[in-house]
Design a protein. Structure first.
Length: 290
């Protein structure tokens, strides 16, 4: 007998089940998504800052068989629901559960003022792209991911530059320096939820901020890097990355989701030894007339 599927918003009490279902759903994914319960909880509660009430789950009896983990934040001037993970466990694939979860949660998103939905998907994940397209998502950007695969930076940093760590999250200053628009999860208004796991390094002259990097020393993930446009090509970016590399437990630094049109930024990382890795599409679904 096949049990009836039910839909409801997730709650904090579902975290253990969410972790088990996440691991099961991504067991055969092309990117290794295995993580401990603690790492998963950190990702959900801090990195993603999950909005449980706007994150739908599908249940077969008491078992979570499908999910969409979402956070709500401003993005590109609109209130957006960012999909930080969609999964359906084996045995329930091919039933259109992704579309049904969105159908279930869309009225709540709209009633909460959400103007669009945003997600990222690997460009060769044709099944997922097809599923999202059927729901009304359209490709909006192409992102490049890069990785320092051998763990060795090619360039020697300018040793005369004094790079300092800070615990002050200077949002207005950082925002004025960056010219490349980050992906939704890496924008400053989202990064603030994960500051306990991020390290910030700055380079200043006469108290003026000329460059900064925000990164996760545990896994070597570079969240943001920016240098004042008047001071580029002077080794500031390389010095910031060199210091981040020194402080990171993982030496295989990674940078996710640089728009492919930002070729200058991509070439900067390549000159330091980073290699182009996976690519992702950003996809969006408008919920209101723009």
């Amino acid at each position: 007998m096949v049990s009836t599927l039910s839909y409801r918003a997730l709650t904090r009490n579902d975290l253990s089940q969410m972790h088990r279902s996440f691991v099961e759903a991504f067991s055969n994914y092309q990117v290794n998504m295995k993580m401990s319960r603690d790492a998963f909880e950190d990702r959900m509660l801090s990195k993603l800052n999950i909005n449980f009430g706007l994150s739908p789950g599908v249940f077969s009896g008491d078992k979570l068989v499908g999910f969409i983990f979402q956070t709500i934040n401003k993005y590109e001037g609109q209130l957006a629901a960012y999909n930080g993970g969609t999964g359906v466990i084996p045995g329930y694939l091919g039933q259109g559960l992704t579309a049904k979860m969105y159908e279930f949660i869309l009225p709540d998103l709209i009633s909460n003022g959400v103007e669009k939905c945003v997600l990222e998907v690997l460009i060769d994940n044709e099944a997922a792209i097809h599923a999202y397209s059927k729901v009304g998502f359209k490709k909006t950007k192409t992102f490049q991911c890069l990785m320092l695969k051998d763990g060795i930076l090619k360039k020697n940093a300018n040793q005369t530059l004094e790079i300092k760590e800070t615990r002050v999250f200077s949002v207005s200053e950082y925002g004025s320096l960056g010219e490349i628009n980050p992906s939704m999860l890496d924008q400053l208004s989202q990064v603030r939820y994960h500051l306990s796991k991020e390290t910030i390094l700055e380079y200043r002259e006469n108290e003026g901020l000329l460059g900064y990097v925000i990164f996760q020393p545990k896994n070597g993930r570079i969240t943001q890097l920016a240098v004042h446009y008047k001071y580029r090509n002077q080794g500031i970016g390389a010095a910031l990355l060199t210091r981040a590399h020194l402080l990171s437990e993982s030496k295989t630094l990674s940078v996710l989701n640089i728009e492919t049109k930002e070729e200058g930024a991509i070439l900067f990382f390549e000159a330091l030894g980073f290699a182009r890795d996976l690519q992702q599409y950003e996809m969006q679904k408008q919920l209101t007339n723009v």
